[in-house]
Design a protein around this ligand. Structure first.
Ligand code: OAD
Length: 228
């Protein structure tokens, strides 16, 4: 059975009503990355960081998967599918995907400030200063912030190396090390990128660009792959 690896970014969740980061009106237009999504910002003002993620967690808990998330699950009729996502929503899981690697963490999880392995599921609930983990330390979002390591990046790179087909959906490829994953594919495999505005990178002529929104573009690509 051929193995399809899908790398997703905020763009796949845009049509589920969740803001992207770098589009006009995106999250980084209204917030400073340094203040709300970095380890330094956390030490400077925990309240501000918790508030930013509490709002996003509530929105994500109410969001539903769109046709793109569902189309990916349909691929499992004929292929082994692994999703590597930069997204912190759980829309892939809500759509029914099981093999999902979250490079940047998950909004529905909180963790001990002192022990990254002490993780609890909090659904859409808020975290406040004074909410403690079982080790007595402050609870924080189980999100990878700028300035922190990406624990799953090696696992993800090894999976991309094994891909027989590689699909990138809805990412500006602006953030490393996630963006570097596109360079781990074997020579000559089919590679697709679905994004209405192409990322800055010149992706090279060995990519098929589908210049559409994910909810339109991915179901069409899946039909094509299932028919081949
Ligand atoms: P960006 O906001 O940087 O990029 C979103 C991409 O999705 C852009 O290329 C858009 O053109 C595209 N897009 C927008 N609407 C779309 C749609 N309907 N269908 C398909 N594509 C669409 O988001 P990411 O690349 O995911 O990390 O950002 C990467 C990381 O930067 C995030 O994981 C987050 C952020 O800072 C951390 O916070 C650590």
């Amino acid at each position: 059975m051929q193995h399809i690896v899908v790398l997703t970014g905020a763009g796949i969740s845009a049509e589920s009503g969740l803001k992207t980061f770098r589009d006009s009106g995106g999250l980084w237009e209204g917030h400073s990355i340094d203040e709300v999504a970095s380890i330094e910002g956390w030490y400077r003002n925990r309240e501000k960081v918790l508030d930013f993620y509490n709002k996003r967690r509530e929105q994500a808990s109410l969001a539903t998967p769109n046709a793109a998330h569902i189309a990916i699950t349909n691929l499992e009729k004929k292929f082994r599918v692994t999703i590597i996502t930069q997204n912190v929503d759980d829309l892939h899981e809500k759509a029914g995907s099981q093999d999902v690697i979250h490079l940047h963490g998950l909004l529905k999880e909180a963790r001990s400030e002192n022990d990254p392995d002490l993780i609890i599921d909090i659904g859409g609930d808020p975290i406040h200063v004074g909410d403690l983990a079982s080790d007595g330390s402050q609870l924080r979002p189980n999100i990878v912030w700028f300035g922190e390591p990406v624990p799953m990046i090696e696992v993800a790179a090894n999976i991309v190396l094994k891909a027989d087909i590689f699909i990138v959906i809805g990412t500006s490829l602006a953030v490393y090390p996630a963006a570097g994953l596109i360079h781990y594919t074997k020579e000559g495999i089919p590679k697709y990128i679905i994004d209405p505005n192409f990322p800055e990178l010149t992706m090279g002529d060995d990519w098929t660009h589908i210049r559409e929104g994910a909810a339109m573009g991915m179901p069409k690509l899946v039909d094509e792959l299932l028919d081949n």
